[in-house]
Write a protein that binds this ligand. Structure first.
Ligand code: ZN
Length: 470
């Protein structure tokens, strides 16, 4: 590893500006199944998950690209392109979309979904190293007025504790705080999230509950009418099971689904970009070593060009999620993290660790991640917790992990749910230190910031950002 001074050496994450932001603005309520079997009359009730799984978004993006190519999806499943009149394997669009039953062969790399406002501000899952805590009253000081809860940031404790995984340094609150509770399910606006990455503890008002009316709109006359509703709301739908043969209502077949409704001014955002930076086949943010990708990169030297052309022909109204709910689709240019942002993080990492020794950094998951060894990121030894993450030699010191989430999907070809796997949830935070004293902040940021770790990275799983300070 070198540690040359930082110049204009940051590669553009946007890979020549080919990254796009797809905004899905729902025309109606939305329903995202959990990938579990659902038969009217049996379970009777199903709640939409929100945000939807990256797999749902990947399915939608692939279908839209095929639609833009005017290709018949049923024929695609059979391996034939009706537009090019040749096998799917020879159609550039179908090659780009990937094999029907293995989306990871796609030449498209996704990041998302995230909730966004119409003007493109994104909401990120609140990192789980944040917690609510109460400052412990000192001595005789007013037992009566209990101090209000503040947000605090957990850091790996100096002392190791015996756990069922051996001697480990557990995350702990700063000295003097008690009554801790988690921030699961909350969000930070992009600007506040950037500040968090640089080491700032967000203010309580910056932690957003998307199911609640925004704070500034709660005061009388404080905001326009449209802001007095929560960004996301549950909506009850009652349906009647139909006999598929006679299309008549069947007895005992009432079912209830909980849809979600996004308020006016909010959309679901998905970042879409070619999986390769260029003809050399360098991967864009996806874990290396999957499926002879070099061949696809070679056969499809201009994924960016094909993608840009397809988007011009993409429909304005598209299906998203279950029950064929419709959304407007809008595609914008998307820069990804700017050179400035990356440089700031790198500089902060370097300056916080100016003494000779390892650099310490956090990795925050923006989407669920699936690793071969469960919660432990790929490339690390389960005993020593040391190894390499995308080439950066590290040791895992501690982690704040949420409850595992199960992700499955629907197996179109075999008409059955795909087996579910456990994923580390979005918001989880890993604390690392480098094991090479010469490793610089720039190297960490270049290798890991806005990149993806683990399995199914093309779909957007394992999307991480680098945070400073502990
Ligand atoms: Zn074709």
């Amino acid at each position: 590893m070198d540690s040359e001074p930082m110049g204009e050496t940051f590669g553009s994450a946007a890979a020549g500006g080919a990254r796009q932001l797809w905004l899905f603005t729902a025309r109606d309520s939305l329903f995202f199944g959990a990938g579990l079997p659902f038969f009217a009359g049996e379970t009777g009730r199903q709640k939409s998950r929100f945000p939807p799984s990256p797999l749902t978004m990947q399915g939608a993006v692939r279908a839209i690209l095929l639609q833009a190519h005017h290709a018949d999806v049923r024929e695609f499943v059979r391996g034939w392109c009706t537009t090019c009149r040749r096998p799917a394997a020879e159609c550039p669009v179908m090659q780009m979309v990937g094999e029907e039953n293995d989306a990871e062969t796609s030449a498209i790399s996704l990041r998302g979904p995230l909730v966004a406002t119409d003007d493109g501000e994104l909401f990120y899952p609140a990192p789980l190293d944040l917690a609510w805590g109460r400052r412990r009253p000192s001595g005789v000081q007013a037992q009566a007025d209990k101090p209000t809860k503040e947000l605090v940031r957990l850091v790996p404790s100096e002392d190791a504790t015996w756990t069922d995984m051996g001697l480990r340094r557990l995350p702990a609150a700063p000295e003097g705080y008690e009554d801790l509770s988690g921030v699961e399910g909350r969000y930070l606006a992009a600007h506040d999230f950037s500040q968090y990455l640089l080491g700032t503890v967000p203010k309580p008002g910056q932690l957003i509950d998307l199911w609640e009316v925004p704070e500034e709109a709660q005061t009388e006359g404080g905001a326009e009418q449209k802001h007095r509703v929560p960004p996301v709301a549950d909506e009850l739908h009652v349906g009647i099971g139909l006999n598929p043969k006679t299309r008549t209502a069947q007895e005992h077949m009432l079912y209830i689904t909980h849809h979600v409704r996004l308020a006016k001014g909010y959309s679901l955002a998905e970042q879409v970009e070619p999986a390769f930076a260029g003809a050399n086949g360098r991967q864009n943010g996806d874990g290396a070593g999957s499926h002879g990708q070099a061949d696809v990169a070679q056969a499809l030297p201009d994924v960016a060009g094909i993608l840009a052309d397809l988007v011009r022909h993409a429909p304005d109204v598209v299906r998203l999620g279950g029950e064929s709910r419709l959304s407007f689709l809008q595609v914008r240019k998307c820069a990804g993290p700017t050179t400035d942002e990356k440089r700031q993080i790198a500089n902060t990492l370097d300056s916080q660790n100016s003494r000779q020794g390892p650099l310490r950094f956090r990795l925050v998951l923006l989407q669920p991640a699936r690793f071969r060894q469960g919660w432990l990121p790929d490339g690390l030894n389960p005993e020593s917790l040391s190894g390499a993450l995308r080439g950066v030699p590290v040791k895992l010191v501690s982690a704040c992990l949420g409850k595992p989430v199960r992700q499955g999907g629907w197996d179109l070809a075999n008409r059955r749910p795909k087996p579910t796997a456990a994923f580390v949830p979005a918001g989880s935070v890993y604390f690392f230190e480098t094991t090479d004293p010469h490793c610089s902040g720039r190297e960490i940021v270049e290798a890991l910031h806005d990149e993806k770790l683990g399995l199914q990275t093309k779909a957007g799983f394992g999307h991480v950002m680098v945070g400073c300070g502990w």
